[in-house]
Design a protein around this ligand. Structure first.
Ligand code: SF4
Length: 78
């Protein structure tokens, strides 16, 4: 289940990247990313806490992370 207001997508090409997973876990102020041995996991119960800071986009390769604003149909991406 995505959040009510926010969904986050991590591209399959980087989902298994453990180093990126740790970076995302570190930068997100509201703990939407969890680093596991298998890469990035999205902590779905936290999705609606997103503050749209863009730090996850800065930490990831271009196009790898998309933050979707389900309430207006737009998205943060890079
Ligand atoms: S935009 Fe900020 S709060 Fe939202 S998922 Fe990315 S790092 Fe977390």
């Amino acid at each position: 289940m995505p959040g009510t207001f926010i969904d986050v997508e991590v591209d399959d090409s980087v989902r298994g990247d453990v180093t990126l997973a740790r970076k995302l876990e570190e930068v997100c102020p509201v703990d939407i990313y969890a680093a596991t041995d298998h890469g990035v996991e999205i902590v779905e119960r936290q999705l609606d806490e997103c503050v749209l800071c863009g730090l996850c986009l800065d930490a990831a390769p271009d196009g790898a992370v998309t933050v979707r604003k389900l309430y207006d149909g737009t998205a943060l991406t890079r």
